[in-house]
Ligand binder design. Structure first.
Ligand code: COS
Length: 387
């Protein structure tokens, strides 16, 4: 049966195979237990580290493979085939690491990137606050200079890998009067004085991923922990999200594929009215739509990730498109998979109910799909104004 050819190089196919092997051998056997126990997947993080996948996007001089957004998407898609909670922990490490890669000094890169590439220390990205979600420029955490130190005060909310990660890239206001231009980014480490964590959040899904508050209470960090220059924090966060969002699209593709595989398998063996239910056209049409939307999402995510890797500037619009289309697809496909499995789909003994619960976050984190539509709409407005 013909499959779409995405013309992967041998090396890219190796990344796919490696990540798929981890999904099948290490993640799928334990995903229900991790979900049920809300357990952080440390063992799997070690497997991913041993496979050298944490270093995919890190330059060779810091111990990585210097690959791009596309290779990262390939790994994310396959890991997500196993479980998107586990994959979110892996993805969050890149989200927290990109600011160091994009804006860090040579000295900061040398200090942090080798450990990040080796998977020795997890990274987290601290942007969101109770009153600054979609309105990311509304952050209230402050950073003020005090002699040789920066002193940070505020609370970050819903931070993926909060408490588990050791390195945090935090956005704080250094000049509240300047709005988005008054934000600055910093590296904060677990153990820094005045830095602690809130309780682990309980969630609808994504239970193997840990989500906590970061509490900065007079947190004192050395002067050289500033990332880039004062006032660059918001742009840094936006550029980080522009590189990371296709990865969320890739996670959605992996999840959608996993749900489709479960639905087809079930529809082929479930007998009703004397025949497998896949013989019914109503079911075939559902499966056909699911498969087509997954392939369309994969093609979109891959081509956008490749475009970003070519060094294209101003990628906010296309990056938003990759996340928007694929994550709406994943929500629909996982919901349809539950429908196809019927009563069994609603039971915890089958994996599709978890897939549907997990899928919902994809439309919310790293920019709600409503904000992404705004980003795309505003970009269109600007483009057409130039024509
Ligand atoms: N790349 C580079 N610069 C960008 C940018 C991008 N993608 N997006 C915005 N900017 C720049 C703008 O050009 C503007 O610069 P000037 O000050 O020179 O004009 C500045 O940043 C402020 O931009 P804007 O006025 O568009 O900011 P808004 O406050 O209106 O917010 C949105 C823009 C809504 C797009 C932003 O807040 C956002 O992405 N929100 C979602 C946040 C998110 O994803 N949260 C999830 C957290 S991580 S799980």
């Amino acid at each position: 049966m013909a499959q779409v050819n995405y013309f992967l190089t041998e090396e890219q196919q190796m990344i796919v195979d490696l990540a798929r092997q981890i999904a099948v051998e290490k993640i799928i056997p334990v995903r229900a237990k991790l979900d049920e126990n809300e357990e952080f997947p440390w063992d799997i993080m070690k497997d991913i580290a041993q496979a050298d996948l944490f270093g995919l996007y890190v330059p060779e001089e810091y111990g990585g493979f210097e690959k791009g957004c596309f290779e990262n998407c390939l790994a994310l898609e396959q890991l997500a085939y196993g479980c998107i909670a586990v994959t979110t922990t892996f993805a969050a490490s890149a989200l927290g690491g990109y600011p160091i890669l994009l804006f860090g000094s040579d000295e900061q890169k040398a200090r942090y990137l080798p450990d990040i590439a080796a998977g020795k220390r997890l990274v987290a990205f601290g942007l969101t606050e109770a009153n600054a979600g979609s309105d990311a420029a509304g952050i209230q955490t402050t950073a003020v200079e005090d002699g040789d130190l920066w002193v940070l005060n505020g609370t970050k909310q819903w931070i993926t890998s909060g408490g588990e990660a050791e390195i945090y890239t935090i956005v704080a206001m250094t000049n509240k009067n300047k709005g988005a231009r008054g934000a600055t980014s910093f590296i904060v480490e677990k153990g820094d004085p005045g830095f602690s964590f809130g309780k682990k959040e309980r969630k609808m899904g994504l239970n193997a991923s840990s989500t906590r508050e970061l509490i900065l209470n007079g947190c004192r960090i050395p002067k050289d922990r500033i990332l880039g220059r004062k006032g660059q924090g918001f742009i840094m966060a936006m550029r980080t999200l522009d590189i990371a969002r296709p990865g969320i699209g890739a996670i959605a593709v992996g999840l959608g594929q996993a749900a489709l595989d479960e639905a087809v398998k079930y529809a082929r063996q479930r007998i009703q009215f004397g025949q497998p239910i896949i013989a019914f056209q109503a079911l075939q049409h559902m499966l056909a739509d699911m498969a087509t939307k997954i392939e369309a999402s994969r093609a979109l995510v891959y081509s956008i990730a490749r475009t970003i890797d070519e060094g294209t500037k101003d990628t906010a619009k296309i990056s938003a498109m990759a996340k928007l289309f694929a994550t709406d697809m994943a929500m629909q496909v996982t919901t349809d998979a539950v429908q196809i499995l019927g009563g069994y789909g609603y039971m915890k003994s089958y994996p599709v109910e978890k897939m549907m619960r997990d899928a919902k976050i994809l439309q919310i984190y790293e920019g709600t799909n409503q904000i992404l539509r705004n980003v795309i709409g505003q970009a269109l407005n600007k483009e057409y104004a130039k024509k």
